[in-house]
Write a new protein. Structure first.
Length: 385
């Protein structure tokens, strides 16, 4: 139905050899979307005119067809790019001569901006884990070649451009954030037409300053850029709609996140400080006053798949002393250590304690100064540096 209140009028002066005539073109809406029907009305100031005046919409795949006297309609194709499309006037005078006149009448087409479900068209190559516990281990070169893929054919028709934010976070093993990178990019359903891709890119660069740095190839894939990659760091890639562009409610469930480990050495060396409590001494009758501290150089085995340290580790250093270097006759000494870290076990089953905390049972051949060596079983809590 013709919308008289919303119509836009554009008068055009037609000059012929016999007389001048003003023809007014009117459209029924100020803005159209793909799939809408545009209606053009032709109004003539000479009701007795016999010459033909037919509007032409300059839009690929459309032809204005008459539905009533001086009213023409056409459906805007779903794949139409946003922009202004001119309406020209084809005129045939009383002598049969044909003319095409430019007019000021334009059809303004905008795109629907409906947020698509990210899981339909977003992926990361190579595939990562859906949470930190299932993070996939990659070497540094593989991490530097990570990319977010947009399966453009999977975006629904009529959904419009998809504005997304790609946030890359590098987490150290202790859970602290080392680096954060953020990119804003856009993509849209592919019509297999590079010219349309470029036209869309130009339009969005002008409309949205945050997207001015986008390159055409990033409609399909975006490379992840990171700087330093510490051993066994976690790389988290999170993709979500850019709500600074998309006005609407925040949908926390509409996000796509993948996790990766940066492969490091399978044997690591570290320093630990502990507070041991001796539970059993094979030479209990040879009394030694044990201090409250130990300092050990420890060797850890790291699982190549999960990036987690094995809960049993080996070490050597001072033991049962009043300070890490306070070793003397009758007050501590040196020890080898086999330490079962129960805190690491809790992390393996999903209970996340601070990764620097250690707590467990220790088996230690102990070598005090000026005393016979002995075998100790001790409980110990401490920190791994």
């Amino acid at each position: 139905m013709w919308n008289a209140q919303a119509q836009q009028k554009y008068p055009t002066l037609i000059r012929s050899s016999l007389e001048n005539e003003i023809i007014i073109l009117s459209i029924d809406k100020s803005v159209y979307y793909p799939g809408d029907t545009v209606s053009v009305k032709v109004q003539r100031n000479d009701s007795s005119a016999t010459s033909a005046a037919i509007p032409i919409l300059i839009m690929e795949g459309t032809t204005l067809k008459p539905i009533a006297r001086n009213i023409y309609t056409a459906v805007i194709p779903l794949g139409t790019a946003p922009g202004l499309y001119r309406v020209r006037l084809r005129f045939k005078d009383s002598k049969g001569r044909r003319y095409v006149y430019a007019t000021d009448c334009t059809v303004n087409v905008e795109e629907h901006q409906i947020i698509e479900n990210l899981s339909k068209y977003v992926s990361v190559e190579p595939e990562g884990g859906e949470d930190q516990k299932s993070a996939v281990t990659l070497d540094r070169n593989q991490v530097r070649n990570l990319k977010v893929i947009f399966r453009r054919d999977s975006i629904g028709r009529g959904m419009g451009p998809q504005f997304v934010t790609i946030k890359t976070t590098v987490l150290l093993r202790d859970g602290t954030t080392a680096q954060t990178f953020e990119r804003r990019v856009l993509t849209f359903r592919s019509d297999k037409d590079p010219r349309r891709d470029y036209a869309m890119l130009t339009q969005y660069r002008k409309a949205y300053g945050a997207y001015a740095a986008i390159r055409p190839e990033e409609f399909t894939e975006v490379k992840i850029k990171v700087d330093s990659l510490p051993d066994w760091a976690v790389v988290k890639i999170n993709v979500e709609p850019d709500y600074t562009i998309k006005v609407g409610g925040y949908d926390q469930s509409n996000s796509y996140t993948r996790y990766f480990h940066v492969k490091g050495p399978t044997i690591e060396i570290g320093l630990s400080l502990g507070i041991p409590k001796v539970l059993y001494d094979t030479r209990a009758n040879d009394t030694i006053i044990y201090g409250n501290y130990s300092a050990m150089v420890r060797f850890y085995y790291v699982n190549e798949i999960t990036g987690r340290r094995f809960p049993v580790n080996l070490g050597f250093g001072t033991y049962g002393v009043n300070s890490p270097i306070d070793v003397g006759s009758g007050r501590g000494g040196f020890a080898l250590s086999v330490f079962f870290n129960m805190a690491e076990m809790t992390r393996m089953v999903g209970i996340e304690l601070s990764k620097t905390i250690t707590a467990g049972i220790e088996l230690a051949p102990f070598f005090p100064l000026e005393r016979k060596w002995r075998f100790l079983i001790a409980a110990q809590v401490g920190i791994a540096l």
